[in-house]
Design a protein around this ligand. Structure first.
Ligand SMILES: CC[C@H](C(=O)O)C(=O)SCCNC(=O)CCNC(=O)[C@H](O)C(C)(C)COP(=O)(O)OP(=O)(O)OC[C@H]1O[C@@H](n2cnc3c(N)ncnc32)[C@H](O)[C@@H]1OP(=O)(O)O
Ligand SMILES: [Co+2]
Length: 133
């Protein structure tokens, strides 16, 4: 793992939360992006070397909708940047982590992504991200 790539925050309303985080961070989001495969609409804020990803659900049954229904708004996942996502998938599986899927999938912000189930990581949903060159 190279660094924390972003913190994912589940929100009910992206426009309201964009305005709130713009006040908090002192700058506007640098992008908004729909990731239909995940049923999410996202916005990204840079904060020095770090990023915050806000996620609103596009449907009533996707991961963000389920999370919001159960836990309300808040930190949803921690994403790590990796150099080689496929070798990280193999390594983590070997180490006994529950990696969700054998292959990376296309995520937001021009990344290949995969997730690790929170039950194998002390309750934190982990995302691995590799830049798509
Ligand atoms: C990819 C675009 C973008 C990007 O950055 O590129 C994103 O980040 S998209 C983010 C949204 N997509 C995902 O989260 C995909 C991975 N998540 C999943 O596959 C599911 O959410 C999963 C498997 C983690 C949970 O789904 P499930 O249907 O099992 O929901 P449950 O509510 O039954 O959860 C089971 C169990 O896990 C706990 N849980 C669920 N989500 C989280 C979470 N984000 N953080 C911590 N814990 C979580 C939940 O409370 C349940 O625990 P229990 O003790 O049984 O109540
Ligand atoms: Co993310």
């Amino acid at each position: 793992m190279k660094k924390i790539e972003h913190l994912g925050v589940a929100v009910k309303n992206l426009e309201d939360s964009n305005a709130l985080f713009e006040k908090l961070l002192g700058e506007a989001p640098y992008k908004e992006e729909v990731v239909a495969s995940e049923g999410v609409r996202t916005s990204f804020f840079k904060n020095g070397p770090n990023k915050i990803e806000l996620l609103e659900s596009l449907n009533d049954n996707g991961p963000i909708a389920t999370f919001l229904a159960k836990k309300g708004e808040g930190i949803h996942h921690v994403a790590f940047e990796v150099a080689d996502i496929r070798s990280e998938i193999a390594r983590l599986k070997q180490e006994g982590f529950e990696v969700l899927g054998d292959e990376p999938k296309r995520g937001a912000d021009n990344k290949w992504v995969v997730f690790v189930h929170p039950k194998s990581t002390n309750g934190i949903l982990i995302e691995l991200c590799q830049e798509i060159k």
